[in-house]
Ligand binder design. Sequence first.
Ligand code: SF4
Length: 424
Amino acid sequence: MCGSLCDDVVVLLGDGGRIIEVENACAVGASKFLSAQSEHRLKTPLMKKNGKFVEVSLEKAVKETAKLLADAERPLLYGWSNTECDAQRVGLELAEAVGGIIDSTTTICHGPSVLAVQEVGCSTCTLGEVKNRADVVVYWGSNPIHAHPRHMSRYTTFPRGFFREKGEKERTVIVVDVRRTDTAKLADYFIQVKPGYDYEVIAAMRAILKGYYINASEVGGVPTSKIKEVVEVMKNAGFGALFFGMGLTMTRGKHRNIDNAISLIADLNSFSKWILMPMRGHYNVSGTGETFSWVTGYPFAIDFKRGFPYYNPGETTSIDLLIRGEVDAALIVASDPVSHFPAAAVRHLAKIPVATIEPHQTPTVEISKIVIPPAIAGIETEGTAYRMDHVPIRLRKVVDPPEGCLPDKEILEMILDEVRKIKK
Ligand code: SF4
């Protein structure tokens, strides 16, 4: 599931509690439920012996994981976005107990958005308000048709809303991207920006809003006349919503792009009502920010080495730590960094002992020394997750997990108990 966290999914069960059909979900969401019972699903804890995985008991895997973390000088506890908030909370206790660094997938997606929001604040709302009020919707550096397949149909473009009874007919969609994506094909306006020039286009929009003359025929590959036309539409919105993705957060400018986009929204609020919202990817990545912030005051990249939470992105972020070769052991929970991290970081991860709590066969599982398959949150165990607009949604248990597979939270509590015994 993605950060849209659709709460209308219906799961039909057949004989023996088999999931036979998933209604209302998109293909991405349905596959999450259907793959839970696939024959490739991991069901038994594994440990590597002479380079090959052998099955071990849960107790042995837990003890070895605790030893691996307790013996390390600089353990990294990474992932957390595909599990529920209580597991994240126990993960924080574990990070504190081993004096490690805890970081979430935010570090490689919307970390720059978090930094920008901390610097300049943010005007936002719930997705329900967007559905009921928005008449102008902007997707910037984001392609929801593929990454968040029901975002447009549930919240922004196609649904009828309380103040938008005619649905799509009352809404204008603007897409800003470096190529004509499938989302762009559905838009009323498409702005094709030169790769790496988003900051300049946002700056041009702000200048036009403030009444300055732009002495150039194009900015960032976009004709100035087109920017003016779109700014006019945005200025005259009844209620506007700008959604941005990694095309803005992870391209040249990074958190300065978001800083500038937030300032654009602040400027637009002089003319009309505007909000902006990051398009969060993993279904509970927003929850990591919430849980980590409640407990430590910081949203990601938190280092407990000093005995108290310390946060300094660039110094305490996973990829920087791995590339500098500082980490000497890792626990990966509900994530697959080997598929997403840069090669230099993955090379270091492959050199150090890694324990992974993961139900599926992933590239991270392949490089791990210990693998513990858990019950899958939202399918085999309940919990709480936060939608991309920070609305908490209760996850339900739909089917029983494979025998012996415990929720992430319980596995982490067992590891924490063992760590405490070692550290006593
Ligand atoms: S849009 Fe996202 S949350 Fe909704 S069903 Fe698809 S993957 Fe799941």
